[in-house]
Design a binder for this molecule. Structure first.
Ligand SMILES: NC(=O)c1ccc[n+]([C@@H]2O[C@H](COP(=O)([O-])OP(=O)(O)OC[C@H]3O[C@@H](n4cnc5c(N)ncnc54)[C@H](O)[C@@H]3O)[C@@H](O)[C@H]2O)c1
Length: 432
C-alpha cells in the first residue's frame, strides 16, 4: 500500500491523533506528531503506547521509521503542509464545546500560504468560519482550512481508520481539500466533499442520531419491564427492518465515552445559541442520565437496601476494548452505590489505572472472581468478552448473595440461572 507521499503533521496524540498518525504512516506518509503533554511524547519516543487501542501498538511499531514525536510545533511546521488538528474539545459547564485547545493551536501557527489546518477534532458547526475569521484577524488569512471530521470508534479505531464508511471533507474547493482527499484516496471510501459548516454538522448529527437510537431503545426497554415484553426480542424484530437496522439497539445502562455525551450536548447548545430549542436531544440526554441509575433501583428491589451490601462491578470502561473512562456509566453507578452505603469492588481488564484517577472510593480487584468474592450482587457494566463468558458456577461459589444484574443484556441468562443465581437484565420482561 505504500507509495511516496508528502509529510503531514498531527497535532494532539490522543485516541484520534495517534490512530490518524499511525494510519497515514501505514499509507506511506511521514508523520510529525506534536503534543503539549511532555510525558506522553516521551513515552511515544521510547516506543510506548500511552493508550489502550487494539492493533495500535503493532501499527505504530511497524511504521516507526515514518513517525516522529515532539512537543515542538516548529519541528512539524518545518516539514508538513497539512496540519491535522486532533486536540480535545471537551464540554464546558454550559454544555458548549471547549475550543481552548483548538485556539491554542491556531495562535501558535504562523502565517503561511502553503499550509492548511485540517480539523479532525469535533467542533460545533460554524467553528470553521469563526477560525477563518480569527486567522484573518491575526494576519494569517492565507492559511487554508479544511474540516475533516473523524468517525472512528474507540476499541476498533485502527480498523475504522483503514476501512471508513465515508470520508467527509469540508472546504472551499482549494488545494488543501484536494490534498486531504488525495491522502485518503487509497482507502477507497465513499467521499462527501462539501462546505465546511455542513461537514462539521455531519459529525455532530451522526453522533446525536446514534445517541438518540440508544436512548430510544432504552425507553422501549423500560416500557418492556412494565408490560412483560423482552427488549432483546423486540430489538431483534425491529432491527431486521432495513430502514431501522440492528445496530445501536442494545438496551442497557446508557451511553458514555468521550464523544456521545459531549457531542449531543454541543449540538443541543449550538441549536440553543442559535435560538432553536432542540427538544429531542434534551430528552435523549435526560433518558440517558436516568438510565445510568436504573441498576440502583433493581439492586434495591433484590437486596432490600444497599447499606453494608457488597456489589461487584464487572467492567468499568465506557465500552469494551478501551481503557477510556470518560463519562463511563460506571462513574455514576459507583458513586450512587457508595452514596447509598454499598461497598463496591470493581474489576476491569484494562481501565483500572484510568478509573483509579477518577474513582478513589471503591475497591479494585485483579480478577472477576476476586471482585465477586462475598458479593451480594454482581453487575455487568462493560461487556468485555472475558466477563460475558464468566464461569457462573465459579462466580456463584465465590458470592455470598445470588443477584446478577446484566447492565448490557449481554449475558447468557440461562447459564447464569443454571448456576443458581437470580438474573435480571434491562427491559427483559420484568423477570427476576
Ligand atoms: N475518541 C474518539 O473516539 C473520537 C472519535 C471521533 C472524534 N473525536 C474527537 O477528536 C478530538 C480528540 O479526541 P481524543 O479522544 O483523541 O482526545 P484525547 O484527549 O485523547 O487527546 C487530545 C490530545 O491533544 C493534546 N493537546 C491538547 N492541547 C494541545 C495543543 N495545544 N497542542 C498539541 N496537543 C494538544 C492532549 O495533550 C492530548 O494528548 C475531540 O474533538 C473528539 O471529540 C474523538
Amino acid at each position: 500500500m505504500t507509495r511516496e507521499r508528502a509529510p503531514i503533521a498531527v497535532i494532539g496524540t490522543g485516541y484520534v491523533g495517534l490512530v490518524t498518525a499511525a494510519g497515514f504512516a501505514e499509507l506511506g506518509s511521514d508523520v510529525w506528531c506534536v503534543d503539549v503533554d511532555e510525558d506522553k511524547v516521551a513515552r511515544l519516543q521510547r516506543g510506548e503506547v500511552p493508550i489502550y487501542e487494539p492493533g495500535l501498538e503493532q501499527l505504530l511499531a511497524r511504521n516507526s521509521a515514518r513517525l516522529r514525536y515532539s512537543t515542538q510545533l516548529g519541528d512539524a511546521l518545518e516539514h508538513a503542509r497539512l496540519l491535522f488538528v486532533a486536540v480535545g474539545t471537551p464540554a464546558t459547564y454550559s454544555g458548549d464545546a471547549d475550543l481552548s485547545a483548538v485556539h491554542a493551536v491556531l495562535d501558535a501557527i504562523p502565517a503561511s500560504h502553503e499550509r492548511a489546518l485540517v480539523m479532525k477534532s469535533t467542533v460545533p458547526s460554524g467553528t470553521g468560519a469563526a477560525v477563518v475569521r480569527a486567522l484573518a484577524g491575526q494576519g494569517k488569512g492565507e492559511l487554508a482550512y479544511v474540516s475533516c471530521p473523524e468517525f472512528l470508534k474507540e476499541g476498533s479505531a485502527v480498523a475504522d481508520f483503514m476501512h471508513p464508511d465515508r470520508v467527509v471533507v469540508g472546504d472551499s474547493g482549494d488545494w488543501a481539500g484536494d490534498a486531504v482527499i488525495e491522502l485518503y484516496e487509497p482507502l477507497g471510501a465513499p467521499l462527501v466533499r462539501t462546505d465546511v459548516a455542513s461537514a462539521e454538522m455531519v459529525k455532530l448529527a451522526s453522533n446525536a442520531f446514534l445517541a438518540t437510537k440508544i436512548s430510544f431503545i432504552n425507553e422501549i426497554a423500560n416500557v418492556c419491564e412494565e408490560t412483560g415484553a423482552d427488549v432483546v426480542e423486540v430489538a431483534r424484530g425491529m432491527g431486521l427492518d432495513v430502514r431501522i437496522g440492528p445496530r445501536f439497539l442494545q438496551a442497557g445502562i446508557g451511553f458514555g465515552g468521550s464523544c456521545f455525551p459531549k457531542d449531543v450536548d454541543a449540538l443541543k447548545q449550538l441549536a440553543g445559541n442559535s435560538g432553536y430549542h432542540f427538544q429531542l436531544l434534551t430528552a435523549v440526554i435526560e433518558v440517558n442520565e436516568l438510565q445510568k441509575r436504573r441498576v440502583i433501583g433493581k439492586l434495591h428491589k433484590h437486596l432490600g437496601g444497599l447499606v453494608g451490601r457488597r456489589v461487584a462491578l464487572f467492567g468499568l470502561a465506557f465500552k469494551p476494548n478501551t481503557d477510556d473512562m470518560r463519562e463511563a456509566s460506571s462513574l455514576v453507578l459507583s458513586a450512587r452505590l457508595s452514596a447509598d452505603g454499598a461497598e463496591v469492588v470493581a474489576y476491569d481488564p484494562v481501565a483500572e489505572e484510568q478509573a483509579r484517577a477518577l474513582v478513589g472510593s471503591i475497591g479494585y480487584a485483579s480478577s472477576p472472581l476476586e471482585a465477586a468474592r462475598d458479593a451480594d450482587a454482581v453487575v455487568l457494566v462493560t461487556e468485555w468478552p472475558e466477563l460475558v463468558e464468566s464461569n457462573w458456577q465459579q462466580v456463584a461459589r465465590a458470592m455470598r448473595g445470588n443477584v446478577v444484574i446484566d447492565g448490557r443484556n449481554a449475558l447468557d441468562a440461562d447459564a447464569v440461572r443454571a448456576a443458581g443465581l437470580v438474573y435480571e437484565g434491562i427491559g427483559r420482561g420484568g423477570e427476576g
